[in-house]
Design a protein around this ligand. Structure first.
Ligand code: CUA
Length: 426
């Protein structure tokens, strides 16, 4: 007969806890390896890393991370040591009831003061950084750029750079998904939305900023290091939320001026190109003009509403600005199309036009190829040739930029969401 006394019970629970440990140890080891492999490789360029700061503001945020990390580590070690000490020092030695410390004034004061000190250690530097950068958002000599979160791409409007210096009514210079900045400027992105809430995030340049309709939320930093910086939408905003990527390209001042000059100049065409005048382009191109602008040509978007995504409220003037689609001026200089989904190549432009809704599910741009009657293969070819020609005669201003600023260059490619699909959906 088995007597199941206190002794056996203790043994069983010991062997159970041993079993638990033998299962936990490999798991912990695996977690350790993953952490080691995923982190810190100095050779690897991680353009979405928030621990590779390239501006004053990102540096300040990094400093806060470090303070928080070390404070947390000290608390962790302190708590573990206290647990260990207590477990050993006060372990059960006999059947006597231990001394009761309920209501101990010393302990209560200790565990009130210690967390208060920890909070102060975290609060003071955080408040300093918040006030410092809130102050930096004000003041003269700012390089102001309006950023409008769309579904699912980004529009950049350069407040102080007129599209046409001789025509004040022409509005500001506008571009989409890839913002150029001259190095050294003290930039303020004024972030807003014309639809739902997004989050504007370029990890190497600044923290996240909420993108809220009707609000002008500022993001300020000094564009100190030339480079190619990757950003993404950091708040779920609908079906193509993950395909709402963008770039901030910090370029030498002369490159920026060249870009502005090229932006204002009608594209240089091959004299023989049938598509030299957009209005004389294949009739199919008329469909593009309903939503897209190309500055320097006679392409102008239709000035009527296009449903939910048709315009946005200018936070300055309160006036509705029409223009549902990305501005395509100098499109051929952009690294990617469809907000970071595909690399900007002739093959991918063709694919984008023929498989629009498969490349980017949920996109508002209709698939004009599968439509009936739709674009013919020949018309798509003409459009691709035309779109590829939208660049300055003497090259794009952002060539040879290092991904992530001073970090060594690396191949960072746009991700293909549907690599297996065939070329012709029809
Ligand atoms: Cu925009 Cu998520």
């Amino acid at each position: 007969m088995i007597r199941f006394g206190p002794r056996q019970e203790a043994e069983t629970s010991t062997s159970r806890s041993r079993q638990r440990w033998s299962r936990l140890v490999p798991l912990l080891a695996l977690a350790g390896v993953v952490v080691l492999l995923s982190g810190c490789g100095s050779e690897v360029v991680q353009p979405y890393s928030s621990v590779a700061p390239q501006t004053d503001k990102a540096e300040d945020i990094q400093t806060l991370y470090k303070i928080t990390f070390w404070a947390a580590l000290i608390v962790f070690v302190g708590v573990q040591a206290a647990i260990l000490y207590t477990a050993l020092r006060f372990r059960r030695r006999n059947e006597d009831r231990p001394e009761q410390v309920h209501g101990s004034r010393k302990l209560e004061i200790a565990w009130t003061i210690i967390p208060a000190v920890i909070l102060l250690v975290l609060f003071i530097p955080n408040a300093q950084v918040i006030f410092k950068h809130a102050a930096a958002e004000q003041g003269p000599d700012k390089f102001d750029v309006d950023v409008i979160g769309k579904q699912w791409w980004w529009e950049f409007r350069y407040r102080d750079i007129p599209a046409d210096p001789n025509n004040p009514d022409a509005g500001p210079l506008v571009t989409a998904n890839e913002a150029l900045l001259p190095v050294g400027v003290d930039v303020v992105f004024h972030v807003t939305s014309n639809n739902v809430i997004h989050s504007f995030w370029v990890p190497q340049l600044s923290g996240k900023v909420d993108v809220i309709p009707g609000h002008d939320n500022p993001m300020q930093f000094v564009a100190s290091t030339p480079g190619d910086y990757f950003g993404e939408c950091a708040e779920f905003c609908g079906s193509a939320h993950a395909w709402m990527r963008f770039k901030v390209k910090i370029v030498p001042e002369e490159n920026f001026d060249a870009w502005v000059g090229a932006w204002r100049t009608p594209p240089a065409f091959d004299a023989n190109a049938e598509t030299a005048d957009v209005m004389e382009a294949p009739p199919a191109f008329g469909a593009c003009l309903a939503c897209h602008n190309i500055t320097g040509t006679n392409a102008r978007i239709a000035q009527q509403g296009m449903g939910v995504n048709s315009g946005y409220l200018d936070p300055q003037t309160g006036e509705v600005i029409r223009g549902p689609g990305p501005n395509l001026t100098l499109l051929a200089c952009r690294d990617t199309i469809a907000a970071g989904v595909l690399e900007n190549t002739p093959e991918n432009l063709e694919r984008w036009l023929k498989q629009t809704d498969q490349v980017k599910e949920g996109v508002y741009m209709p698939n004009y190829y599968t439509m009936d009657p739709g674009l013919t293969d020949e018309q798509v070819d003409e459009l691709v040739t035309y779109l590829q020609s939208l660049k300055p005669a003497d090259g794009c201003p952002d060539e040879d930029l290092l991904v992530g600023g001073q970090v060594a260059p690396a191949e960072v490619e746009a991700t293909d969401p549907h690599p297996e699909q065939g070329e012709d959906p029809q």
